[in-house]
Write a protein that binds this ligand. Structure first.
Ligand code: CA
Length: 440
């Protein structure tokens, strides 16, 4: 027995070292680094922990920002929170052998919250503005040594092109208020590819809240931001007049052709409490998917509409998530509540309900079970894979999914050059054969 233990000891020791090495947290080098710029007025804002205060260079000049780490502490990676309107930035890494900077890559091209791994033994980096305005605007920057990064570091992947499920909403926060545990359940428990798309963003703050919320909910593939301006209206026609009926139709068709979702879930035809933007996304989905309008080259297999009375499904968001241990057994509704709390600017509001049996009452913005705008109640508006089985509540029922376990087989395309929809045309996809159409 002793001999066996002696033989196994080196193996056990190696295993322990490997586990220890992988579990070592990365050192936060940010307080040890030196920041210099030709436009130094707001340098302190880079690392003040406040995303509402950002570093900004003087306009109309070539600007740079240098970061230098101590000689004994190479920078392994960094995490940057950009401003929504800042342009692409050139990132250079200092080559110690040659004694000069070398171009590394362009950053701030895709992700508003960007994780950037750096070459081995990097001690100095330089950001340079690339547009004629000299824009270099950063909300927060964090620099790390090697090791496990904190969970707050968001490492976004390209927007998915073969989504199992697409959640299409008008505004950031609608995806939790009216969809309950949908995103956490399918992203964290089922582990499938969940795309989330937003018609409008309103402002920079809500863009950051949106990303923080999705990351909390378990989404890792960057959302689709369709870029329409925000406007409060209470009718379909007035919202269409503002956004454009044809423009919105083409934008959502392009979204479907790009994300190629097997199943789409969207907002209520009466706009929940009556918002015209919510009504528009429901109407667009019905026109394109159910009615075949717009001659799209891609048609999802199923469409669920929030609070639609026909072919109803009642989801259960109170089942604990067990596949993803990082949420410590919370239910999908509880994770959705956490995600909604990331939308700090939207807490504590309510809105008067404009239509239906609850007209005149106030809808409070909170993620709760049941309530006036039941976030677990949906109707199957279209299906080409047959009706859902009685007693089974699963948006992906009868759908072959590409789960995260198949990620090696899933080949995300190169990230687009902007946070909006990519402009390149996807390869045409033949229309799905319609075996059953459920009409409203
Ligand atoms: Ca700041």
């Amino acid at each position: 027995m002793y001999r066996l233990f002696a033989l196994l000891l080196p193996v056990l020791l190696l295993l322990f070292l490997c586990v220890s090495a992988s579990a070592a947290p990365a050192e936060d080098l940010t307080p040890l680094c030196t920041f210099t710029s030709n436009s130094p007025t707001y340098l302190a804002r880079l690392t003040d922990g406040k995303i509402d205060r950002h570093f900004q260079t003087v306009s109309y000049q070539e600007n740079y920002l240098e970061v230098t780490a101590p000689d004994s502490k190479p920078i392994d990676s960094m995490y940057i929170i950009w401003t929504k309107d800042s342009g692409k930035v050139l990132l250079e890494v200092f080559d110690e052998k040659d004694g000069r900077y070398r171009t590394y890559r362009t950053v701030n091209a895709v992700y508003l919250h960007e994780y950037i791994p750096l070459p081995e033994n990097t001690h100095r980096i330089r950001f340079s503005s690339t547009d004629k305005l000299g824009t270099l605007a950063i909300r927060e920057i964090s620099l790390y040594g090697p090791g496990d990064l904190p969970s707050s570091v968001q490492m976004w992947q390209p927007s998915c092109r073969e989504a199992d499920l697409l959640v299409l909403v008008a505004h950031p926060d609608d995806e939790y208020l009216f969809f309950g545990g949908t995103i956490p359940w399918y992203a964290r428990e089922v582990g499938c590819h969940v795309a989330v798309a937003y018609m409008t963003l309103q402002n920079d703050t809500r863009a950051h809240e949106l990303l923080n919320g999705l990351w909390t909910a378990g989404v890792r593939e960057y959302p689709y931001l369709l870029g329409f301006d925000d406007k409060l209206s209470f009718s379909l026609s007035s919202q269409y007049r503002f956004w454009g009926k044809e423009e919105t139709l083409q934008a959502v068709i392009k979204l479907f052709e790009t994300a190629q979702p097997k199943v789409v879930v969207t907002q209520g035809v009466e706009g929940e409490y009556g918002h015209g933007g919510h009504q528009v996304v429901a109407d667009l989905c019905l026109r394109i998917i159910r009615d075949g309008e717009g001659d799209s080259t891609f048609r999802p297999h199923k469409l669920y509409v929030h609070m639609l009375d026909e072919h109803p499904v009642h989801m259960n968001w109170n089942v604990p998530i067990t596949s993803d241990k990082s949420v410590h057994g919370k239910t999908s509704l509880e994770v959705a509540q956490d995600a909604f709390l990331c939308h700090q600017s939207q807490q504590g509001f309510s809105q008067e309900i404009q239509y239906g049996p609850y007209r005149g009452q106030r809808y409070k913005f909170e993620v709760v079970e049941g309530g006036l705008m039941d976030n677990a109640f949906f109707g199957l508006a279209y299906s080409d894979v047959g009706p859902d089985d009685s007693g089974v509540s699963d948006f992906l029922q009868h759908i072959d999914t590409l789960t995260s376990g198949d990620v090696a087989a899933f080949s995300p395309v190169e990230a687009s050059e902007s946070t909006a929809l990519p402009t390149e045309e996807p390869a045409p996809t033949p229309k799905s054969r319609i075996t059953l159409t459920i009409h409203k």
